[in-house]
Design a protein around this ligand. Structure first.
Ligand SMILES: Nc1ncnc2c1ncn2[C@@H]1O[C@H](COP(=O)(O)OP(=O)(O)OP(=O)(O)O)[C@@H](O)[C@H]1O
Ligand SMILES: [Mg+2]
Length: 139
C-alpha cells in the first residue's frame, strides 16, 4: 500500500489534489472518501469531477442516493452513504448501476464495507489547523 499525506490550505488546493489523483483513474475504479462532517469530501470529489471533464455542478448527494455524471470519455459517479447502516442486497441493487463502467467516488464509505466493490484508493480528510490534512492510500 502506498500512502501520502498532504495539507491543503484552501478548497481550491483540495480540488487540485483531487485532480491529480483523478488523472490516474479509469472506469471501474472506486475511491472511498472519508472524513468527519465538513472535512472536504464533496470538495475533493468536485475537484476530481472537474479534472475528469464533468461540466455539471457537482453537489452533495446527501438527500439522494447518488449522482452519475458524464465526463470526458468516462462516466463519474458520486455516492454518499451517510444515511446507510450497512448495504442490503436490495440496496446494492439500487447502487450497482453507479459502479457499472464508471469511476465511483463514495462518501461515508464505512457503511458499504464488504458490500461495495473494494476501493482502489482510500482518501481520508481531517481538519488540521485552518486547512485540511488529506491522506491518499492506494489499496
Ligand atoms: N482545505 C480545504 N479543503 C476542503 N474544504 C475546505 C478547505 N478549507 C475550507 N474548506 C471548506 O470546508 C467545507 C467543506 O465542505 P464539504 O461539503 O466539501 O465537506 P464534506 O466532508 O463533504 O461534508 P459532509 O460531511 O457534510 O458531506 C467547504 O465549505 C469548503 O469551502
Ligand atoms: Mg459531502
Amino acid at each position: 500500500m502506498v500512502a501520502s499525506e498532504t495539507c491543503t490550505r484552501s478548497p481550491e488546493e483540495t480540488e487540485a489534489l483531487a485532480g491529480a489523483l483523478a488523472r490516474r483513474l479509469r472506469a471501474g475504479d472506486v475511491v472511498a472518501v472519508s472524513g468527519e462532517l465538513g472535512a472536504g469530501k464533496t470538495t475533493f470529489v468536485r475537484g476530481a469531477c472537474r479534472a475528469l471533464g464533468v461540466r455539471e455542478r457537482v453537489t452533495s448527494p446527501t438527500f439522494t442516493i447518488g449522482h452519475r455524471y458524464h465526463g470526458d470519455g468516462v462516466d463519474v459517479s458520486h455516492l454518499d452513504l451517510y444515511r446507510f447502516q450497512g448495504v442490503s442486497a436490495a440496496e446494492w441493487g439500487d447502487l450497482e448501476p453507479y459502479f457499472d463502467d464508471a469511476i465511483a467516488f463514495v462518501e461515508w464509505p464505512e457503511a458499504g464495507e464488504g458490500a461495495l466493490p473494494p476501493p482502489r484508493f482510500r482518501v481520508r480528510l481531517r481538519h488540521a489547523g485552518g486547512g485540511r490534512a488529506v491522506t491518499i492510500d492506494e489499496c
